[in-house]
Design a protein around this ligand. Sequence first.
Ligand code: ZN
Ligand code: CU
Length: 482
Amino acid sequence: MEHDLIIRGGTVVDGSGGPRRAADLAVGGGRIAAVGDLGGAAAREEIDAAGLVVAPGFIDAHTHDDQAVFADPAMTPKVSQGVTTVIAGNCGLSLAPRSYPGVGAPPSALLGTPAEYRFPTVAGYRAALEESPAALNLALLVGHSTLRIDAMDNDIDRPATAAEIAAMADKLDESLAAGAIGLSTGLAYPVAKAAPTDEVVALAQRLPAHGGIYTTHMRDEGAAVLDSIAETAEIGRRSGARVVISHHKCAGEANWGRSVETLAAIEAARETLELDFDVYPYTASSTVLLPDWAPQARRILVTWSDPHPEMAGRELAAIAADWGCDRDAAIRRLMPAGAIYFTIDEGDLRRILAHRRAMVGSDGIPGDRHPHPRLWGTFPRVLGRYVREAELLTLEEAVFRMTGLTAQVFGLAGRGVLAPGNHADLTLFDPATVLDEADFDHPKRPARGIHSVWVAGQAVWRDSTATGARPGRFLARGEGRG
Ligand code: ZN
Ligand code: CU
């Protein structure tokens, strides 16, 4: 029998968390055909993987790629890292479903312009992506803030009324039926801040019937982070939905070291609840520039500014000095704008990243002019700096938390583990050299050591270049192996 592709002589790290082994891997018809000693088999294409690791394509647990898959279907920032699937629609923001034509409250601009919010339904979003696929797969969460803007006509500084909640819940039901995998919130943001816990519970209660998941950028990641974990667990318990805490961190110097407490609280909640979290491997966060968040940060870098695009990549303090004003005044002149906030302790980051349930998610913001380097560097950074150099976790464990665990948590059937019959989403990398090259000064550099990447058996990254192939799919919830 002739396969499409055989990757020979590599070290297979299969995404289950189990030990690496020397094995060949064969692909046929977009699926994994066999894993083992394939000395007797032939293929149209053979790759010598001596010294390289064969792993499942990485699943980016936390992205804002809803619009990027249309704007840049090659998805170079992600496939260059070995990513083959992204979870989009995070932090309460999704490109669909939205009909509101105006400028939504912050941080709506993080995802796109009003014209880019062009999908009144998830079914329409899905059809557009199926019509014009990207290099990688995408699964979509429905954003609570997106629902709010529509249902409340962007009048969002108050709790939603019962009628508005009912309208949002119906939209959510319709979206889940069209293939969305769950609901996300961003309760820290102006657009959703005024939503009480009960509003979120009423929506999350629609999730279990569809097997949907609840993900959350919590109300507070600083002084009140424990209250936020309690609120998140309450939403999980009262709704019956599975929960993911997004980009877990302890923000602000006054809270450094508190990941000891937060991880203990998460462990305690896990006794009665399916609750997991994702994390990015950096000590700076990034989102819209807002005066409220500036005091938490030692240093702030501007990532984009509508009135002052020339300030992208510069330090807020330097801009304020140039302008002869204080930081607050400078922020107001730069807005609407985006920023990188240096607010996280390396010790907390390591403690969180080392946790056995920590999924890796980039939280990259693809539209930013001078983005946070996590957009291009997250996965190779974990493999290079935290696995190889710091030995914070084993290679098998890291790959599991980039693949098998994430597929399990988000219900992505037939992905995340190298096993016959599963989709041939694969990453081939050099464990001795893999490393992020993007940094805060040069955020758009592709990583080193990612040899080749396949989606459904088609190469999307090879010889340090995107191939232009676009085999990606919209991954609908509960789709099975079809
Ligand atoms: Zn967020
Ligand atoms: Cu996010």
